[in-house]
Design a protein. Structure first.
Length: 631
């Protein structure tokens, strides 16, 4: 089929011109089942159960794929072509489909926000609960193992929810992009249809104008012929003649014939007749050509262009409808997948991996209690003053108690009721005085306790956070204060519970007359800790540490090195830098007396103390370790 004739100026609307404009390349969204399974794996599958789930997912996605590969319904297109309102009908339908698609995208976006918030809060709760348990007085043994495992299970479920939220966000974005693309194609097709309709209307208008010119010329010729034949314009017989176009009346010829009768001679009349006939022939040719061109445009529009426009608009409708349906079906599949994923996490198919229920059932309360009882009796037995005596005095007829057996590794000196006082007290003595008296760079009690803790306690959960038994701690303090060198921390009396040694070490630091961070520099340390900028706070605290007296500096360096080793075993002892800072903040800064202007803000001061210790411990290597020196 050729293009529209050049006489009406619409050459650009021919078949060649419309092919590129209507060729939007509409194609229903397609899905590969293999790729979809790879991207939609929301959870952590386990063994055969995961493979079964993948098979079911593949079947489900295969069903979804059939939704988006239909053949075009030619009957619908034929019905649309036969209606007078096919184009506006499809344009309004596209608007409806776009509104529905936007609603679906909005829902998926909001659902993704809920799932993301749920996943992040669950993840935060599981991690904080796992890390904070070590700071409580909770049970140990199988209970803590099951508790930590259950928190890891909750972290896995949180990860699944976060991945689910990410998929929902992607689907929402895809739907929004689909709306934008379809709206763009709708506007382009609507503009093209408007241009074709306008071209047809202009051609029809031109035909009407040429017809009107032809009719006017025919009237002119009729009036001239009437005059030429000499017939009376008022003759009643002339009233019975039919006008050329079925609309004219004799009155028109009478009204307009005056000018034609100015020259009554036959020569003038003949010249006028020839001129009118020439103009009438030209008008007839123009009218015939306009009719032919209009018929050509009309046939091309209704037989070729309109079906193509309607097909393009119907494909827009199908694209957004099927795209929306596909994503909603995919959403349903994802909902099933997240439930299946959580079920697999809670009850793994692999027998070697315990589910949540099996983990909780693995708690052995009887064994935990027996272990706790043995440790408690060993620590308190025979010397506890919390209950009545089992044996009465000998003079009342009771037999003396059986003497306690000494453990093979115990020192004979421990059997003595009292130790000799060497006159070298350790607790409550100024740090500089201790070190000058003993001629050492680091207080002996600090090295003795830290070495023992590093040997036996680095993997102990809640080290330094869990306190020891008060009676045993006081007993160990007394012996260390009397004769530090003679105390053997390797014996069972002290090595059974490492918390007793850590408590003695903290007690020694608290009882220093002047804290390790001296009272005179307390305000300077607090000012440095107030810096919000991490780098600036590190530099200022480094300066304050360098300003400490030599005994305090060397003691702090050794202590921070020891705590640095504790942090390196955080995975086992659950003691992070923050946890250690909470423990040692008040211990190293001591109880500072309020100034002249009233009591200090205790809570704010404690927070700054913790922040100072945390920063110093985090930057232990930068502050204390020189180049070439081992950390």
């Amino acid at each position: 089929m050729t293009g529209v004739g050049s006489g009406i100026g619409v050459q650009g609307l021919g078949a060649t011109g419309t092919q590129s404009e209507l060729g939007h390349g509409y194609a229903p969204p397609r899905v590969s089942v293999d790729s979809e399974l790879g991207s939609e794996s929301v959870g952590h599958g386990h063994g055969e159960k995961e493979r079964d789930g993948e098979s079911a997912a593949a079947a489900s996605l295969a069903e979804v794929a059939t939704l988006v590969e239909p053949s075009f319904d030619e009957n619908i297109l034929r019905m649309l072509c036969e209606t007078d309102c096919g184009v506006p009908l499809l344009l309004d339908r596209i608007k409806q489909s776009m509104a529905s698609c936007k609603e679906a995208a909005s829902f998926l976006k909001k659902r993704a926000g809920l799932e993301d918030e749920y996943g992040r809060q669950m993840q935060k709760l599981a991690r904080s609960t796992a890390s904070e348990y070590a700071t409580t007085d909770g049970k140990a043994g199988s209970f803590v193992q099951a508790w930590q495992a259950s928190m890891r299970t909750h972290e896995q479920m949180a990860d699944s929810r976060l991945k689910f939220a990410m998929r929902l966000n992607e689907m929402s974005e895809e739907l929004n992009n689909l709306v934008k693309e379809v709206d763009k194609n709708r506007k382009a097709t609507k503009e093209l249809a408007t241009r074709y309709e306008r071209a047809l209307q202009e051609s029809e208008s031109l035909t009407e104008k040429t017809k009107a010119r032809f009719d006017m010329t025919a009237e002119e010729l009729e009036r001239l012929l009437l005059q030429k034949e000499g017939e009376s314009l008022k003759d009643n017989a002339m009233q019975g003649r039919s006008p050329v176009n079925g609309k004219r009346v004799i009155g028109k010829a009478v009204a307009k014939g005056g000018m034609l009768l100015k020259g009554r001679n036959p020569q003038n009349l003949q010249r006028q007749e020839d001129d009118i006939r020439a103009r009438m022939s030209s008008a007839s040719d123009a009218y015939r050509k306009a009719v032919t061109d209009t018929q050509t445009i009309r046939q091309e529009y209704f037989n070729f262009q309109l079906p193509r426009i309607l097909r393009a608009l119907k494909e827009c409708v199908d694209e957004i409808d099927l795209g929306t349906q596909y994503h909603l079906s995919r959403y349903a599949f994802l909902c099933e997948s997240i439930i299946h994923s959580e079920a697999t996490i809670l009850q793994p198919q692999d027998d070697l991996v315990l589910g949540l229920k099996a983990t909780m059932e693995s708690i052995d309360n009887r064994s935990d209690f027996k272990t706790w009882m043995q440790a408690y009796v060993y620590a308190h037995g025979g010397q506890s003053n919390r209950g009545p005596r089992r044996n009465g005095p000998q003079d009342e007829g009771f037999l003396p108690p059986i003497p306690a057996l000494h453990h093979p590794g115990s020192s004979p000196s421990l059997a003595q009721a009292h130790l000799s006082d060497k006159g070298r007290p350790t607790f409550g003595v100024h740090l500089a005085e201790q070190m000058a008296r003993d001629d050492v760079d680091v207080p002996p009690i600090l090295t003795k306790c830290c070495e023992h803790i590093e040997k036996y306690g680095l993997d102990q959960q809640g080290i330094y956070r869990v306190g020891g038994t008060h009676r045993i701690v006081q007993k160990l303090k007394e012996r260390l204060d009397r004769d530090l060198d003679s105390v053997n921390l390797e014996v069972d009396e002290w090595s059974t519970d490492i918390s007793n040694v850590t408590s003695v070490l903290k007690l020694w630091l608290r009882e220093l007359p002047d804290p390790l961070f001296t009272a005179s520099q307390h305000a300077d340390f607090m000012e440095a800790a107030r810096n919000e900028n991490e780098r600036a706070r590190h530099i200022r605290l480094h300066e304050r540490v360098n300003g400490l007296p030599d005994p305090n500096y060397s003691t702090l360096k050794y202590l921070m090195g020891h705590l640095h080793k504790v942090v390196q075993h955080e995975a086992q002892n659950q003691m992070s830098v923050q946890n250690l800072a909470i423990v040692f903040g008040p211990t190293l800064f001591g109880q500072v007396q309020p100034g002249l202007n009233g009591a200090m803000n205790g809570m704010a001061d404690a927070s700054l103390q913790n922040k100072a210790v945390e920063t110093i411990l985090e930057h232990y290597t930068d502050i204390f370790v020189d180049d070439g020196e081992e950390a």
